[in-house]
Design a protein around this ligand. Structure first.
Ligand code: FAD
Ligand code: MLT
Ligand code: ZN
Length: 468
C-alpha cells in the first residue's frame, strides 16, 4: 500500500496527534522499519506513526481503528520471527519514543518504564539503585521493554529469574479501538481477576499496544565467576549442565555453543577458544560442545563454581575460568557474538526450540540429519541457553543463502515428536504460523481466537502474526 492509498484526512488527524515529524511516509525513511534484523522478512508500509506517550498512542490507535487500518506495533525491531515488520502493507506504530524511566521504587524493588525504553537503559537505571532487570540478552542496546514483554523474551538469566512474563508486575496498554487499560500498582498479591500483564506477555502485538510496564527488579549480583568448559560430546555437555544446575546455587547463566557454531564465531572473532579443539571446516552441528557457566552473587562465587567444575572433571576435556570483567568478557564473546557471526555469513532460518532435558542430547545429535534430509546443502549451527533446555538451531544455505523452506517444518516436527516446544523465547511471529498446531490443540487455538476477537474484533493489530 502506498502513502497515497491512505485517506489524507487520516494522515492529517495523525499529524495533529503526534506532530508532523512523527508521521513518516517517505519510502527511504520507512524502509528501515519494514525489514527485520535478520533481513529474511521485508515488506513495506504506507505510514510509520511515532507517538510520544500513552495518550498519543491511544488517540492514534483510535484514528487508525476508525479508518480500519491494520497496525504492526514495533519496538527495537530486533525480533527474530518476522512479527515486527509490515509484510502486508500495514501501518507501523513505532513505540521507541515512549522512553521514560520513572523513579525506582526502592521499597518495592520495582520500576515503571515506558514501552520504548531499551533494555540497556533500563539496566543502567535499575543499577543506579543497586538493582537489576531479571532478563538480559545480547540485543540489549536496541530491544525495548515493550517488545520484550510482547515476545516474552528469555535470554541468558531465565534459569535464575524466569522470562519476561515473570518480571511484569503491572502493565498499561492501548487496545485496538484506542481504549487504555492500566494496572500499574505493582502489588505482589493482587487476585482481582484476569492478569492482563500475563496475557499481553507473549501476545506479539496481537492483543494490545503496550505503553508502560512495571517491572519486578532483583538485587545486583556484582561478584562474578565465569567458566568456559569444553566437551567431546553433546551428551557430556548436557550431563554437566544438569550437574551444575544442581550444585551451583549462584548459577546465573548456563549457555552452549556447539561445534560448527563455535567454528564460525571463532573465525568471525579471529580467535580460537582457549579450551577444546575445533574440527576445522566442520559441517557437523554437534560433536564438540562448549558451555559457558557464570555464577553471580554479592560475595565472591568463584569457590562455589570452581568446586562444581572439579566435580564434573570426568566429563570435561578442559576448562578456563575467568574472574575479572575483561577476561570474563573474552569468554562471553564466543557466545554473545554467535548471532552476529551467523548474520555476517548469510540469511539464516532461525529455529528456537526447547527440549525436555531427557531428550536434549538426542536432539542435538540428531537434528543435523533431519536438516540434511530436507536440504542436503544446508548447514545447521547450534547454540543456545542449555540451562533452560533451549537450543537455537540456525540453518544457512550454500553461500549464505536461505535454506529450503522444508527445513523449518522438518526440524519443528522433530522437536514436537521429542516432546519439545517449537518456540522457546522468540515467539511465533509469521515464521512459525504454519507449525503452531504442532504444540497447541484445536481447542487451545479456538480459545486463542476467541480472546483475539474479544480484544480486537476487527483484527487490526498485527493481523498476520501468531494466530493461523
Ligand atoms: P520488536 O522486534 O520491535 O517486536 C517484536 C514483537 O513484539 C512484534 O510482534 C511486535 O509487534 C511486538 N511489539 C513490539 N513492541 C510492542 C509494544 N510496545 N506493544 C505491543 N507489541 C509490541 N530474544 C530472546 O528471547 N532471547 C535472547 O537471548 C535474544 N537475543 C537476541 C540477540 C540478538 C543479537 C538479536 C538481534 C535478537 C535477540 N533476541 C533474543 C530477539 C529480540 O531481541 C527479542 O525478541 C526482543 O524481545 C524484541 O524486542 P524489540 O523491542 O526489538 O521488539
Ligand atoms: C541468542 O540467544 O543469542 C538469541 O536468542 C539470538 C539468536 O537466536 O540468534
Ligand atoms: Zn536466545
Amino acid at each position: 500500500m502506498s502513502a497515497g492509498a491512505i485517506d489524507p484526512a487520516v494522515v492529517d488527524e495523525l499529524t495533529e496527534i503526534v506532530g508532523q515529524a512523527h508521521v513518516l511516509s517517505d519510502p527511504e525513511i520507512t524502509a528501515s522499519y519494514s525489514i527485520d534484523w535478520t533481513r529474511r522478512f521485508a515488506g513495506s508500509t504506507p505510514l510509520v506513526v511515532r507517538p510520544a506517550d500513552t495518550a498519543e498512542t491511544a488517540a492514534a490507535m483510535g484514528v487508525l481503528a476508525a479508518a480500519r487500518i491494520a497496525v504492526v506495533p514495533q519496538g527495537g525491531n530486533t525480533g527474530l520471527v518476522g512479527g515486527s515488520v509490515p509484510l502486508a502493507g500495514e501501518a507501523v506504530l513505532s513505540m521507541r519514543r515512549l522512553d521514560v524511566c520513572e523513579a525506582v521504587d526502592e521499597l518495592a524493588s520495582q520500576v515503571t518504564v515506558g514501552a520504548g525504553v531499551t533494555l540497556a537503559d533500563a539496566q543502567i537505571h535499575a543499577a543506579a539503585a543497586g538493582l537489576s532487570v531479571g532478563v538480559d540478552l545480547a540485543a540489549r542496546e536496541s530491544a525495548t521493554i515493550g517488545g520484550m514483554v510482547a515476545t516474552n523474551a528469555g535470554g541468558i538469566n531465565v534459569l535464575r529469574y524466569g522470562a519476561m512474563r515473570a518480571q511484569v508486575v503491572g502493565i498499561e496498554a492501548v487496545l485496538a479501538d484506542g481504549m487504555i487499560v492500566s494496572h500499574l500498582a505493582g502489588l505482589e498479591k493482587d487476585n482481582t481477576g484476569y492478569d492482563l500483564g500475563s496475557l499481553l506477555a507473549g501476545s506479539e502485538g496481537t492483543l494490545g499496544v503496550i505503553t508502560r510496564v512495571r517491572l519486578r527488579l532483583h538485587p545486583l549480583q556484582p561478584e562474578r565467576a565465569t567458566a568456559l568448559l569444553a566437551f567431546e560430546t553433546a551428551q557430556d555437555a548436557v550431563a554437566a549442565a544438569a550437574a551444575l544446575r544442581r550444585s551451583v546455587g549462584s548459577l546465573h547463566a548456563l549457555e552452549a555453543v556447539f561445534d560448527s557454531a563455535m567454528a564460525l564465531v571463532s573465525a568471525h572473532l579471529g580467535v580460537d577458544p582457549p579450551v577444546g579443539s575445533l574440527s576445522s571446516g566442520s559441517r557437523n552441528a554437534s560433536g564438540a560442545a562448549w558451555l559457558i557457566a557464570e555464577a553471580a552473587a554479592r560475595t565472591d562465587p568463584s569457590d562455589e563454581l570452581g568446586t562444581a567444575v572439579d566435580e564434573i572433571a570426568d566429563l570435561l576435556i578442559d576448562a578456563a575460568v575467568a574472574l575479572d570483567p575483561p577476561a570474563r568478557q573474552r569468554l562471553w564473546a564466543f557466545r554473545e557474538n554467535v548471532t552476529e557471526a551467523i548474520s555476517a555469513a548469510g540469511i539464516p532460518h532461525k529455529l528456537d526450540v526447547t527440549l525436555p532435558a531427557a531428550r536434549l542430547a538426542e536432539f542435538v545429535d540428531g537434528v543435523a540429519d533431519v536438516v540434511r534430509m530436507a536440504d542436503s546443502d544446508a548447514q545447521p549451527l547450534l547454540f543456545g541457553h542449555l540451562g533452560d533446555g533451549n537450543v537455537h538451531v540456525n540453518v544457512l544455505g550454500p553461500g549464505g543463502a536461505e535454506p529450503a523452506e522444508e527445513v523449518d517444518d522438518a526440524v519443528l516436527r522433530y522437536v514436537a515428536e521429542l516432546g519439545g516446544s517449537i518456540s522457546a523465547e522468540h515467539g511465533i511471529g509469521t515464521a512459525k504460523l504454519g507449525q503452531l498446531h504442532l504444540n497447541r490443540t484445536e481447542a487451545e487455538l479456538a480459545a486463542f481466537s476467541a480472546i483475539k476477537r474479544a480484544l480486537d474484533p476487527e483484527g487490526l493489530l498485527n493481523p498476520h502474526v501468531l494466530l493461523p
